[in-house]
Design a protein around this ligand. Sequence first.
Ligand SMILES: Cc1ncc(COP(=O)(O)O)c(C=O)c1O
Length: 472
Amino acid sequence: MSQPGQGKGETQNGKNGPAANKANGALESSKSEIVAPSSRTRHVSCGGEEVVDPFCDPKNPRRISFHDVTSAAFLIKGGVERTPCPRSTSSDTYGMDLYLKKDFLQYTGSFKERGARYTLLCLSEEQKRVGVISASLGNHALALCYHGWKLSIPVTVVMPKAAPIMKIQKCRNYKARVIVEGQDMGEAKSLAMRMAREQQLLYVNGYDHPHIMAGQGTIGLEILEQVPEPDAVVVPVGGGGLIAGIATAVKALSPKTKIIGVESEKCASFTRAMEHKGPISTPIKNTLADGLAVPKVGVNAYATALPLIDRMVVVKEEWIAVAILRLVEEEKCVVEGAGGAGLAAILAGHLDDLKGKRVVVLLCGGNIDTTVFGRCLERGLAAEGRLVKFNVEVSDRPGGINDLCARLVRVGVSIKDIMHERAWLRDVYTVEVKVVCETVDWAHSLELKNELKKFYTKVEFSDVPLAINKKL
Ligand SMILES: Cc1ncc(COP(=O)(O)O)c(C=O)c1O
């Protein structure tokens, strides 16, 4: 692969070589070395103006080829895990021959290692000495820092202030230079780009650098070795590099396999790009799938993936919480929101047409904050109707609350929280009791509701939960 910004027919070493940025062209050769762009490269000032990464130029998007993915597979072999892809124990429940590609089992907890290692291995000797830089909230930073450390290549990451402390600390443990700066990814990236230019570091976009995409594509090769001729592969989508790489590999070897992308409703930037016929900034909201929260998909990723994707699906956040819960309970897998998005699409009923088919769902990341994990499990239980809340007015005479508790015990539910209030009630001989309790399932919750209604006139019960009423 030649360098952006180089003269026609010139490689980074100044020798003759293939023309650099072929419009929409595949990488020339993944085996060639990469260096930071030369001073002739078009750089746009970072001082409040748009920052252009010459490897990800909107005017010159680049598509990767199958050859790029196989080159990546060859180079990273032995340096990253070949993760398992077993049949799901819940295949019958979902009515599909379901396989789970467990790439969250990579050392740093996500698939990002594949692209990071490949990109580092492709650097010129000089660039390996000088090093690379990137801006990331988490998984890409972890992967780059870890493999930089293993390969003795200096890595700098700029992490926005909102990045989880644990991830910042881990990057430091991997001996990287970690700069915590910027209110958001945009600001962190501006700083990283400026430093790249000043210090001749190579900026590595975590989803749109062509070598990153090629590295992620190796998941597709592994899937096809592990699951013969799947009918569909379901891939979570953030900036689009993951699906671009996987689709390139899968469609080349098994054109009939459908490639289905999944986004959270809070950051559906690929779907929006498709509607808009090109990458466009999409407002993003807080999401459980923070790994997918990319406001604008990559130009190379979009150009590569668009012709290969069969369908994009947008899931509600609650389904992601249910997916995280199910994966823990049924598969003993701890995944982050982005990692659970594929299963969420199945649970939400978006992929019902795949019933009876052989489907691979990618579990691409497991780096979930422990506190967020706890909240996800609770939300998942609530969405399935297994965690319910109700308010009930009971007698404030001695034994009133005791009677209520005895009824709850008889129904067999477990009280998680209970509190009572009097001040706002009209009847001075009643007390309002607010209860959160755990039940076996929604049917059990309904049994509880009916039981309460038999004895108390004022009962307010939680609404029908999302997983029960899919139309909500
Ligand atoms: C766990 C996880 N899954 C999926 C994605 C999406 O990958 P991409 O941005 O290449 O679409 C990311 C991106 O950071 C991620 O961390």
